[in-house]
Design a protein around this ligand. Sequence first.
Ligand code: TXA
Ligand code: MG
Length: 329
Amino acid sequence: MKQDQASGRVTERLGADAHGIARAAELLRQGKLVALPTETVYGLAADATSGAAVAGIYAAKERPSFNPLIAHLPDLAAARRQGLFDASALALAKAFWPGPLTLVVPISPGCEVSELARAGLASVALRVPSHPLAHAILQAAERPIAAPSANRSGRISATSAAHVLADLDGRIDAVIDGGPTEVGVESTIVACLDGAPRLLRPGGVPRSAIEGVIGRPLVLAGDAGMAPISPGLLASHYAPAARVRLDAEVPRPGEAWLGFGADPDGATAGRPALNLSPSGDLGEAAANLFGHLRSLDALGPVTIAIAPVPQHGLGEAINDRLRRAAAPR
Ligand code: TXA
Ligand code: MG
């Protein structure tokens, strides 16, 4: 185990069993930092009601403190104690919780989520994850739990305990290993603040499924001159060390290759190459996305060329992450 010079922490490795769950909840109640699996990505969890605990998340991730965090709850009843749900928010929560959806709603009068976790906003981002380990820990912790993705700020999100440790070993108190995450991209974020639900971030619930519930097209925040209201949506994010070239038909000499669907002839020979989903399945591609980017990046290529990914279904979230990975830094 690595001991971080600055913090002197040793990161405990917890198993996915009753002891691990109890220990994770105990550490959270003590204001400590615990990385835990959700169905989307691993989260770096801390007591959302404690400003000091939340400050620890920002420090470990080296995250700009203006970027607000999602508060995780075990069920809708617990979420409704923190935020005010209008009719659309309630319909969406009932349709997709537990699951990969985050709702940004006005804070309730009794909201316990700290100002720091909300970055001073009068709204709060709430999510009820479906992962059984996350659910058990949230129930045992008995308070809202703030959790951004468990990676250094701006880097590729963690979809396994090994990814968490590669970025945060010695900087956090514990990680509980629940194996690789199932969905692979972060939750879809929808703001329900003024009657017209807005899509703040595409994610694990496809846009069409949300639109099916609210019965009309979702407005994309940032479209048509709207002020961005999700301050965390920095252009460069999920960034590998390598440059990223999108919509590549074939790799150029010296480039690594990340395919989707059938690889073009010769694309994989004599170069680092992986495929998000040889059969062209978007769910499989989302689950592989961050792990494959990390694996290729670890081989040190100057550029990773990435095949086009269709924009429908989970493709909207995958392409959003790829555009940020490719953005100028
Ligand atoms: O799947 C997920 O959502 C994962 C797992 C761990 O739950 N979490 C995650 O958190 O992706 P994070 O911190 O990487 O992304 C949270 C996003 C940020 O872009 C932030 O700006 C936005 O949520 N957000 C949080 N509170 C907000 C608020 N009150 N208004 C607008 N955006 C908000
Ligand atoms: Mg993140």
